[in-house]
Design a protein around this ligand. Structure first.
Ligand code: MD3
Ligand code: FE
Length: 203
């Protein structure tokens, strides 16, 4: 089912369920080469979410700002290649929501533990805002905040569960969004964590 949450934003419930075991196995391999780490925001705060990346470009933050890099600043090595299965899943989700031809070059992987959150923000470090963004959630449930085009606009609360995919494009691409602090509702496979994949065309 395709659930519209905005004119260009769609939840695809359970879209990634059939591939969840494969995704989880791939993370184990990816984090060997690019471990999850807590980055620092330009304002000097440690993010409660731990992250890593795969694909040509990886999203990073430090005191100097937010940006995409081809090298992992922690290892000096290129970010791991994006597995074909990730690319396929992102392309299929985008196409199902009406965005055919999506070719992501960046996959940010966020890891939340109980209490971790993401405050309201816009994604604006990408070169081309005409491409959609695809996100896939695994593990513990989260409450996603879907706001408007101003930080103070009222935000809708959207539960995101293991296996759900969301596609955001068009006039919804620049909306403020965030994630409420995670509750501890352990998942049978992933335990007390939530993993979120965010696929973007960044370059
Ligand atoms: C809605 N991550 O890493 S992904 C992020 O669940 C981020 O980890 C969240 O926001 C997470 O930047 C949500 C989904 C997402 C990404 C981009 C959006 C939602 C969006 C752009 C516009 C509106
Ligand atoms: Fe975001």
């Amino acid at each position: 089912g395709l659930e519209a949450i905005g004119p260009g934003a769609f939840v695809l419930r359970g879209f990634a369920l059939a591939q969840s075991a494969e995704l989880i196995a791939a993370i184990t391999e990816l984090e060997r080469r690019a471990p999850f780490r807590h980055m620092t925001t330009p304002g000097g705060f440690r993010m409660s979410v731990a992250l890593t990346n795969c694909g040509t470009l990886g999203w990073t933050t430090d005191l100097q700002g937010y940006r995409y890099t081809t090298l992992d600043p922690q290892t000096g090595q290129p970010w791991p290649d994006m597995p074909d299965a990730f690319m396929g899943l992102a392309r299929e989700a985008a196409a199902a929501a009406g965005f055919s031809g999506f070719v992501p070059d960046a996959c940010l992987i966020n890891r939340y533990v109980p209490g971790a959150r993401m405050s309201l923000h816009q994604d604006k470090n990408e070169r081309d805002f005409s491409a959609p963004i695809v996100s896939v959630s695994l593990g513990m449930p989260a409450v996603f905040l879907f706001g408007g085009h101003a930080r103070g606009d009222k935000a809708a609360r959207i539960p995101l569960l293991h296996g759900d995919a969301v596609v955001w494009g068009g006039q919804d691409r620049m909306r403020y969004h965030g994630v409420l602090p995670l509750k501890d509702r352990p998942h049978p496979v992933l335990g007390s964590q939530r993993i979120n994949f965010t696929f973007r065309k960044a370059g």
